[in-house]
Design a protein around this ligand. Structure first.
Ligand SMILES: Nc1ncnc2c1ncn2[C@@H]1O[C@H](COP(=O)(O)OP(=O)(O)O)[C@@H](O)[C@H]1O
Ligand SMILES: [Mg+2]
Length: 254
């Protein structure tokens, strides 16, 4: 039997707060295969970011076991890249220098990183912008820089927390297509948090549906739309069926 890349078993997270313990995740179990594109969907406060932080080793689980690549996992690791709703870019560093930052921190080969950062800027459609500064870029372009930086140290897993959530609909759609194009090429394992059900269906191999009862994994929906995905598939009856199946699980259909 081959082992899954990520195995979470009976994971729970309880935060200590001023008003007492708060259960953010309750007995969550799942497995994720290498190269899969997984989305986590659920209403705000259901524990998506908490689960992602535990997967990234930024937050400690309270109970359960988490095995990544055959090893127990409870600390930040270099083979993970994280991206958030707004990319924190250093305003006094050029776009190129911002992309090179993870490699610099990890002490990777400078020449290789220099070449890689140019390739990545190309890949995310920012060819020619390397010498610009973050203040000169739109929100969408800043997230492109964030995407290039995410890939800079060639992580095995990409953990993305509503990375396009602050972008307008059109830019978001472009970024989704861009992300899928990069994913098809690199086949990294992606765990993508969103509260946009359509986005989750469009991108994913499987969607983890979370509900606030509190912090439960309600179910997992297999997305059997063919790849590569195209925006025309959003008119496919199967796409709507999958969206409505998830809506039903979330209890948002009345
Ligand atoms: N550091 C923290 N301390 C205390 N409570 C927290 C902390 N982080 C998150 N929470 C609480 O845990 C629950 C889940 O939060 P979160 O994982 O951020 O949800 P989501 O990302 O789905 O919106 C929420 O009720 C939130 O208020
Ligand atoms: Mg969140």
């Amino acid at each position: 039997m081959t082992q899954s890349l990520i195995q979470g078993q009976n994971l729970s997270k309880v935060y200590g707060t001023a008003t007492g313990p708060l259960v953010a995740l309750d007995d969550v179990s799942f497995h994720i295969e290498e190269g899969e594109f997984i989305s986590l969907v659920g209403p705000s406060g259901c524990g998506k970011s908490t689960l992602l932080s535990i997967l990234g080793g930024l937050e400690a689980k309270t109970e359960g076991t988490l095995v990544v690549g055959g090893k127990h996992h409870d600390a930040p690791r270099a083979d993970i890249g994280m991206m958030f709703q707004t990319s924190v870019l250093f305003p006094w560093r050029s776009i190129r220098e911002n992309v090179r930052l993870p490699g610099l921190i990890l002490g990777l080969d400078k020449r290789q990183q220099a070449q890689r950062s140019e390739e990545l800027l190309d890949m995310v459609g920012l060819n020619g912008f390397g010498d610009r500064y973050p203040g000169e870029l739109s929100g969408g372009m800043r997230q492109r820089v964030g995407l290039a930086r995410l890939l800079a140290h060639d992580p095995r897993m990409l953990l993305m927390d509503e990375p396009f959530g602050a972008l307008d609909e059109f830019t978001r759609e472009t970024m989704n297509l861009e992300l899928l194009r990069i994913w098809e090429k690199t086949r990294k394992t992606v765990i993508f948090v969103t509260h946009n059900i359509g986005e989750a269906v469009f991108l994913s191999d499987r969607v983890f549906v979370m509900t606030p009862r509190p912090g439960r994994l309600e179910g997992i929906v297999e997305i059997d739309l063919p790849r590569p995905r195209t925006t025309a598939m959003m008119r496919d009856p199967r796409y709507s069926e999958l969206v409505f199946e998830i809506r039903r699980m979330l209890g948002v259909d009345h």
